[in-house]
Design a protein. Sequence first.
Length: 66
Amino acid sequence: MSDLNREKILKEKGYVETRGPNGTRRIFTPEEYEEFMKELDAYPDKHKADQLKRMLNPVYHEPERG
């Protein structure tokens, strides 16, 4: 399956794919992604949490309006 087709299918189902350092990828369900970001927000070392958030930028993700 090509990357474009995979991204389209995952996006239609609401999944979030992230790309991290060294080409690592992780696919989250919407609930898993939200929970993961909450855990990073609660991480005691804010500098490291911010670094992790930047490293795990989603390939695609509909930003929350708020």
